[in-house]
Design a protein around this ligand. Sequence first.
Ligand code: TXA
Ligand code: MG
Length: 351
Amino acid sequence: MTPTRVWPVDAARPDPAAIEAAAACLCNGGLVAFPTETVYGLGVDALNVEAVRRLFAAKGRPATDPLIVHLLGVAQLESVARSVPLLAWQLAEAFWPGPLTLVLPRRPEVPLEVTAGKETVAVRAPNHPVAQALLAAARTPIAAPSANRFSRPSPTTAQHVLDDLNGLIDGVLDAGPATIGLESTIVDVTRTPPLVLRPGGLTLEALRRLAPDLIAVESFLEESIAADAPGMFLKHYAPRAELRLYDGPRNRVLAVMRAAVRELAEADQRIGVLALAGEAAHFAGLPVEQADLGPEAEPEAMGHRLFAALRDLEGRGVDVILARLPAPEGLGWAVRDRLRRAAAGRVIEVE
Ligand code: TXA
Ligand code: MG
């Protein structure tokens, strides 16, 4: 395959020539990665079945895991959704363009390859000038999963995309780091009451203002839900290092983590710590690689850094990563979710 092209573009005012080139590539069945406000997506023409198949192959993604279809906005919603319940209109009007994905009944024009055989389709309108310019130029809905190899952390920079997919995809629009850094929140609005399938860049607090009866479970271990909603699969990003999560009162957790570091060091393990701001000092003098997640009181900063920090620690060759779960407020909700998935649900509860 030809090498992957990189189109550097300004995030706010992308060069129309670069956008045209990327859109032409996509319309010819190409695989083009592009920035969104959440993470980088790997886009294909959602109506081109061959391109969709190539996308699954490039990612190494199981064909049972459906893709999100990206649109410019609510005006295109009925081009992919067969029917749109009132709540879906209300949520889309309130939060699009933005980090919210709605699961809706599929129109027959949307290939079953995109929806993994399901009669529903996941849809969102991204809030990023580059993604919007690409959608406008391509004049087709764009199916796009996160632009990582299957089971790797979602990419928040073009370099992350290239680290996973260089040579396997046709091009990437590089507009610098994604702002939010966590994928969109997914809500299944075909159910009553509606169900959160994946916490993400739109907070539960914001959603509940419009959908007070929304169901959101922190534990997505319930198999009955997971079977029906692939987005709930527990195992998601599987780090090369073992991830150990701790939950409980801050100072006690930090003491337990320090004891774990000493024990692991005795056993000649290379240790990484995902440290919240101000906590680095607690590991001073211990043999750990640290990555800073920022202050717990600023979950936006944590979300922005999480995936890059995990890639960074993996790159430093650690065997075990220790992390304290942040409080579930705001984006902390989604940060907890991503960490729990990466640890296959295991959490060490500290009294
Ligand atoms: O922020 C995002 O959502 C990013 C950017 C690129 O838009 N995209 C993203 O896509 O995270 P992906 O493929 O990595 O995650 C999509 C999730 C998957 O877990 C999939 O199972 C779920 O959405 N999903 C897609 N269609 C679905 C459907 N019809 N029903 C239930 N879950 C669905
Ligand atoms: Mg993904």
